[in-house]
Design a protein around this ligand. Sequence first.
Ligand code: NAP
Length: 295
Amino acid sequence: MSQARLMDGTGLARRIVEDASKRAADLTVRTGARPCLATVLVGADPASVTYVRMKQNRCRRAGIESRRVELPAATTTGELVGTLRALSEDPGVHGILLQHPMGEHIDERAAFEAISPEKDVDGVTFASFATMSFGLPGFVSCTPGGIMRLLDEYGVDPSGRRAVVVGRSAILGKPVGMLLLGRDATVTYCHSRTRDLPSVVREADIVVAAVGRPRLIRGEDIRPGAVVVDAGYNPGNIGDVDFGSAVERAGLITPVPGGVGPMTIATLLEQTVEAAARQLGPVPRTGSADSRGTA
Ligand code: NAP
């Protein structure tokens, strides 16, 4: 059997960011205001600090202002909610990213719900989940939105196909399944209580791995010709799919790194510019990347 074709997230993400950056420049010229993403970090967890810094650098390179809000680890839920409400009301801020996970003493849901849906460019609020599930205008969770863009880019039409999503987290597994359902796939969710995972995965035309267990899904579990999207990112740049064996069976597959990862941040930047455009007034799209997944 021939090897699967790779889905290049790095290249597609670059084009999306170029497009977002042109839109940001147009918006700045037209309105005098630069799109602005506020990043909120509670505490100093090294991985979170790195993620936030990376997102800020990418914003800067794309002509998006980033406002950094750093709060001490001992911040209470009430204080965090107050900060997020103030940012939600600040006309100079168009998108808000609350880095998570946060300390266990914080009520994460209460914090997310303090973000106004118009500025929820990371797609974490109940309102965003609802609009995404109903296919209404709003913002999607960035990794699921990025996955759908990759599928579109490679001509994968989920309609009528059997999609198996392994993982059901609120930011990844659950929303990507909803987006696939919205595109008329027949969706099955798997999780830690699923019995005989390989037998379920074997039925899939489209597999999305969103677990956080290195090489959990083996090539022998992949139906020949299936589309394999590996969102997993484990230490050592290892995905949730055993790439070496899966590439021999799949029709299309995302590499790790260079598949889903770059699409997440590209979606965040694109949604930030879209949020700014909605708040400041519309600017025509430029470039070739389309808007599916962010409507
Ligand atoms: P999470 O919140 O820990 O959720 C993991 C999910 O996997 C849960 O639903 C869990 O089931 C399920 N699971 C655990 N063990 C399983 C098993 N043996 N068989 C089947 N399902 C199992 O993780 P997450 O935040 O969704 O992240 C998942 C992975 O994606 C991680 O590797 C993370 O680093 C990566 N990720 C990548 C990006 C990116 O930009 N590329 C973004 C976000 C996350 P239960 O619900 O039953 O516990």
